[in-house]
Ligand binder design. Structure first.
Ligand SMILES: *Cc1c(COP(=O)(O)O)cnc(C)c1O
Ligand code: SF4
Length: 423
């Protein structure tokens, strides 16, 4: 199977686009000037139900639509395109809109560690036992999620890429900090790298024989956007990828694929199921995570079925995230109380093997905060969110329940007031 990319320039070639009106196609062309747009032949041919594309979760996940921008922003770009503004002037408009879309939520930039006084700009070290590694060649994806919080790195012009190739420095850093036990390859999508490139990184890590390194993780959406990565029958490189997984496992290092699935339709065909099975045969474990998003998966039935399907396929449900405030988040956003309700309704109706999941969780600047409950104080009749950090910069702050004043419209923890105890 050959990988065919569709983007702003060539998406009109997609055969199924006959289902779309000219107006809709023009809207895609306009909005995709602001929101990075990329999809591919697998997503288009296997995942999207074109008969019902307006409501199709995967269509919405990949194709920008005009409601993802505010009306006045959309109009600004539309007028610019209509008036055939010079590239440079149109870009000025686009860039201004992008800068208003909060390109760096939760101060990701501040977690960059130093080695011998030098910033390691492709590494993030926020929680003591784990580092995130952003390999330069893994900073794009097989397709782009319209909600993605990493979107600035797909817009070259913004030049906000944080990545590196010098694995020797990463190794030295891990060696120097013996309390680091895990490295998470992330992006973009590290599985977009050829196995040869990825293997260079992995071989150096394995050859370094780091005593403290116990776990390697890959954060990836390849299982839903390009499962052929793991299918030797379709693709020669897949064999190399799978044998690299096996090599990691054989070295006694736990390999965890952190797979990103937003909807059960991504699990519902033989291609992805065979890819899952091939990965599991290497001894790697697959854990799953996804944000909860309006228009895509804001229903407890979708989550319950997705988790059950995952368990049946041998995957381990791991995190349900609350959507971050970046990019077109207003389009996808749901309130904390809705997220909590959907989570509870969903997890109640799954078998116990799906209850390995933590949710709903916000990845905030101090750590990952979980909404544990909505409770009413019998003494004053007021409602509160009960929360806890499941991850905190300071691990001693984790797993301590605390209360925040309930706000039915709140969508993020920093909109809430901490409960005051009056004595
Ligand atoms: C989520 C995250 C991790 C991994 O956290 P786990 O709870 O171990 O899955 C590591 N570093 C950063 C910066 C993160 O946001
Ligand atoms: S696969 Fe992940 S990094 Fe890539 S666009 Fe989607 S959410 Fe963003």
């Amino acid at each position: 199977m050959r990988f065919i990319t569709y983007n702003t320039k060539n998406f009109r070639k997609i055969e199924y686009l006959r289902y779309l009106s000219e107006d809709v196609k023009n809207e895609i062309a306009i909005v995709s000037k602001v929101i990075p747009f990329k999809t591919n032949n697998y997503v288009v041919d296997y995942l999207i139900d074109w008969d019902n594309y307006q409501d199709d979760p995967i269509y919405i996940l990949n194709f920008p639509n005009r409601h993802m921008l505010r009306e006045e922003q959309y109009e600004m770009v539309r007028r610019g395109v209509e008036q055939k503004l010079a590239e440079k002037d149109l870009y000025k408009i686009i860039n201004e809109i992008r800068m208003g879309l909060n390109p760096h939520p939760a101060q990701q930039i501040t977690n960059i560690p130093k080695l011998n006084g030098e910033n390691l700009k492709g590494l993030q070290h926020k929680y003591q036992d784990i580092v995130l590694f952003f390999p330069t060649q893994g900073q794009s994806c097989h397709a782009h999620c319209t909600f993605c919080f990493r979107w600035p790195q797909f817009t070259k012009e913004l030049d906000l890429q944080f990545s590196m190739r010098e694995i020797d420095k990463v190794i030295a850093y891990i060696r120097e900090h013996e309390y680091i036990h895990e490295i998470l390859f992330t992006g973009g999508d590290p599985m977009i790298m050829s196995p040869v490139t990825l293997n260079r990184y992995i071989s150096e890590i394995l050859d370094a024989e780091l005593d403290n390194l116990e776990v390697i993780r890959f954060g990836t959406k390849a299982l839903s956007y390009w499962p052929f990565t793991f299918l030797p029958a379709f693709n020669e490189e897949a064999e190399q990828m799978l044998s690299m997984f096996k090599r990691i496992v054989d070295r006694g290092i736990h390999l965890s694929i952190m797979a990103h699935f937003n909807h059960y339709v991504e699990l519902d065909n033989e291609i992805v199921q065979e890819a899952i099975s091939n990965i599991r045969l290497t001894g790697a474990q697959i854990r799953t995570q996804s944000p909860i998003l309006k228009h895509i998966n804001n229903s407890s039935e979708v989550w319950a079925r997705m988790w059950n399907d995952q368990v049946n396929l041998g995957l381990v449900p791991y995190y349900m995230f609350v959507e971050r405030e970046t990019g077109p988040f207003e389009y996808f956003q749901i309130t904390l109380q809705e997220a909590y309700q959907i989570y509870t309704d969903a997890i109640r109706s799954t078998g116990s093997l799906a209850k390995t999941l933590t949710g709903p969780v916000m990845s905030a600047s101090n750590g990952k905060v979980q909404v544990m409950g909505i409770v009413e104080n019998p003494l004053d009749g007021n409602k509160y969110f009960m929360m806890q950090y499941v991850r905190h910069r300071d691990y001693k702050q984790t797993y301590k329940p605390f209360f925040m004043q309930y706000d039915e419209n709140a969508t993020w923890v920093d909109q809430l007031n901490q409960m005051r105890v009056n004595r």
